[in-house]
Design a protein around this ligand. Structure first.
Ligand SMILES: Cc1cc2nc3c(=O)[nH]c(=O)nc-3n(C[C@H](O)[C@H](O)[C@H](O)COP(=O)(O)O)c2cc1C
Length: 347
């Protein structure tokens, strides 16, 4: 039934398919999978237990509505959001496009979400805090489109939400919010990093803070970001968001490309940042993961964890469980005791 459901969803408008999936998940309509435990895949990072390195990237559950369903499908961590302080509609539709043969999506959503009040209510309703053994929740925050100073929005979101997650991601890399990526330039980035770290201190919080980076940055930006990240002791970088480079898809559609065409670019950034930070800052690798081999490659280049989004859309609800199985088998066959041993060995 679920395989047929997934096939049907792959034939209709992608945003409609997404909304149907979210509603189905809300009503418990997803396969009940008996997941195995794989000791070889377990890691402790930032004091949190990750059952496997595979997490769901931001943007699927923007309003934190179906957290438990996503964990039940096999993700060891789920990043909800991007949430903005106020609700916003996002860009005009249609704004998600599938490219089946290229295994890619283009989206120009523009942080459509129900705002932080509803987001907080949804997290509380999920009861994740009392339910959370080995379920790591990331909260991805971003600014409203017309905000004058991004830091005001980020501070408000941080204060509102830091108690509810296991880590906070500051998203400075969506291509669909005008000007957002300018915040990855040295002076702006430094100001934002310092502002958020200070706020954490003032709140006596120790929540890990991560920054999500664009794959389209210049070599000098990489150096600057690495330096600022190191000197402020931030806990992690998420590499990467979608790319605005559409060469491989030959289309004029607006938005960011995710999926297979992003794989190489994302891997290059992981390798560069792992080297630039001497492996001192944890990297979550994201972009174009479709197989256990893709995961190994990202980890070889320096990622400690990985996330995916597009392959989940293309492959359906049984897919994460299969990836976990495949990955544990390969790592064991390679003779490693734990997957953490492979991090950065090919950087
Ligand atoms: C439809 C869609 C919506 C997304 N929304 C967000 C978002 O709100 N915040 C964010 O940080 N990334 C967002 N992303 C980017 C993903 O989190 C991820 O970084 C990117 O898709 C690359 O991973 P993938 O190739 O596995 O899809 C979105 C991606 C897609 C396809």
């Amino acid at each position: 039934m679920y395989k047929f459901g997934h096939y049907f969803l792959s034939k209709i408008d992608p945003e409609l398919a997404h909304n149907i999936s979210i509603n189905a998940f809300k009503f418990g309509l997803y396969p009940k999978i008996n997941h195995q435990q794989y000791e070889v895949l377990e890691q402790i990072i930032w004091g949190r237990g990750f059952k496997t390195p595979i997490g769901l990237a931001a943007g699927f559950d923007k309003n934190a509505e179906v957290i438990n369903a996503l964990f039940n499908l096999g993700f060891s961590f789920v990043e909800v959001g991007t949430v903005t302080p106020l609700p916003q509609k996002g860009n005009p539709k249609p704004r998600i496009h599938r490219f089946h043969s290229e295994k890619a999506l283009i989206n120009s959503l523009g942080f459509n979400n129900k705002g932080s009040d509803q987001f907080k209510k949804n997290i509380l309703k999920s009861n994740i805090k009392n339910n959370s053994k080995d379920r790591v929740l990331g909260i991805n925050i971003g600014n409203n489109k017309n905000t004058e100073d991004i830091l005001d929005d980020l501070k408000k979101l941080f204060e509102d939400l830091y108690r509810f997650g296991d880590y906070i991601t500051v998203n400075l890399s969506s291509p669909n919010t005008p000007g957002l990526r300018d915040n990855l330039k040295s002076n702006n980035f430094d100001r934002i990093v310092k502002g958020i770290c200070k706020l954490r201190e003032e709140n006596n919080s120790k929540i890990p803070i991560l920054f999500k980076i664009s794959p389209d940055i210049l070599p000098q930006d990489k150096k600057d970001i690495a330096l600022i990240a190191l000197s402020n002791d931030i806990e992690g970088l998420i590499l990467t968001n979608t790319t605005i480079n559409k060469n491989l898809l030959r289309t004029d559609l607006k938005g960011g490309v995710s999926g297979k065409p992003l794989l190489q670019k994302s891997n290059d950034l992981i390798r560069d940042f792992y080297t630039l930070t001497s492996g001192k800052i944890k990297i979550i690798g994201v972009g174009g993961v479709f197989s256990a081999e893709d995961i190994l490659q990202k980890m070889h280049y320096g990622a400690s964890l990985i996330q995916l989004y597009t392959s989940f859309i293309f492959n359906g609800p049984y897919y994460v469980d299969k990836l976990n199985k495949d990955l544990s088998q390969i790592v064991q066959e390679m003779g490693y005791k734990n997957i953490s041993e492979i991090i950065g060995i090919k950087a």
